[in-house]
Design a protein around this ligand. Structure first.
Ligand code: PHE
Length: 345
């Protein structure tokens, strides 16, 4: 009987395995502690008849020795692993520090600002929470112009929870900065107005309730539409490549007269027509025009002495053209998998 027990334990012990030091200690207790299975066999040994003592004694000793050896062997392996993990090599070259990336909208905005700064434009900024006067009134919007309608403009409640007619609103374009500059500076004026704007639109891949614009304003004596065209042609070539062509289509804005929308030759197909430009070879990138004399007068600038041009573009739109970002929501979700792609820009 005792012989069978010894043999079966011997088979078990040879295959002892443990995943960590705790498991190994549990095994040592199981076999070798005072109440362990091998110790129990030694207790049984006392009752073994004298003629079997020699053989069984030897077997028992061998079992205990093998168990101890196996456990020690495993213990040494764990200790060696731990020592390796604890080892600090202070001379090792450090891993490169993961640098943050620039937001694509910031990259594009800065590129636009940089291009215009080379022809004398400086940056002007203004508040995002604005009044009706600077966003619409001084820009020749009629009092009932639909752009003010709740569908487009976010109005700010003066008292929380109380909806009263209010003239405080979130700016819907950065032309408001232009009115602020015109009322506080004397011509010549040559400013760029980058910033965030808000419109009450349902959020989708193609529209968002906020986006970014860069608008430009140049006022001086004898500023002409040809000056506007030259400045925009220069910008388009710098931004999209020397082969880029532009075309101006008549349009309407309350604050410019005449007004135009500008297309560039599609920078994907080069103007031959593709799905991006819907086969036309052209893509629209901005609105522009000659500042309406009414706007100049409303801002205290003599429209007989001065004239000027203005233009405005969406930064998201330009970014889409440069980097093919098709879903506007990516710009504000801050998903690092998206942002990291601009690491090398
Ligand atoms: N403010 C216009 C817009 O938000 C853009 C624009 C600016 C058009 C200046 C003409 C001149 O759509």
């Amino acid at each position: 009987m005792l012989k069978d027990s010894i043999q079966s334990l011997m088979a078990q012990v040879n295959g002892i395995k443990a995943n960590n030091a705790e498991e190994l200690e549990a095994l040592r207790i199981k076999y070798l502690s005072k109440k362990g299975e091998i110790t129990a066999l030694f207790n049984e040994f006392r009752n073994v008849p004298a003629d079997q003592k020699r053989e069984l004694g030897q077997m028992l000793n061998q079992l205990r020795q093998q168990t101890e050896e196996r456990i020690n062997e495993l213990k040494e392996q764990f200790e060696a692993k731990q020592a390796e993990a604890d080892k600090l090599d202070l001379t090792r070259t450090p891993d490169p520090i993961a640098l943050g990336t620039r937001h694509p909208l910031s990259l594009v905005k800065e590129e636009i600002v940089d291009i215009f700064s080379r022809i004398g434009f400086t940056v002007a900024e203004g508040p995002e929470v604005e009044d009706d006067k600077h966003v619409y009134g001084m820009l020749n919007f009629a009092p009932e112009h639909p752009a003010r309608d709740m569908q487009d403009t976010f109005f700010v409640e003066k008292e929380i929870g109380v909806q009263k007619p209010t003239d405080v609103l979130l700016r819907s374009h950065t032309s408001s900065v232009q009115t602020r500059v015109m009322t506080s500076q004397k011509p010549p004026i040559r400013v760029l107005c980058p910033g965030r704007v808000y419109r009450n639109e349902a959020i989708s891949a193609r529209a968002h309730c906020f986006f970014h614009q860069v608008e430009g304003l140049y006022i001086d004596k004898n500023v002409s539409f040809a000056d506007l065209r030259e400045a925009l042609l220069y910008f388009s070539k710098e931004m999209f490549g020397a082969e880029t062509k532009i075309r101006l289509r008549p349009s309407y804005f309350p604050f410019t007269e005449p007004s135009a929308e500008m297309d560039i030759s599609c920078n994907i197909c080069g103007g031959t027509g593709c799905s991006f430009c819907k086969g036309t070879g052209w893509v629209e990138i901005l609105g522009c025009g000659m500042v309406d004399p009414n706007v100049l007068e409303a801002c205290g600038i003599d429209s007989k002495e001065y004239s000027g041009y203005a233009f405005g573009m969406g930064v998201e739109r330009i970014t889409n053209l440069k980097y093919r970002v098709k879903d506007l929501r990516l710009f504000s979700e801050n998903d690092v998998r998206f942002l990291k792609q601009f690491e090398s820009c």
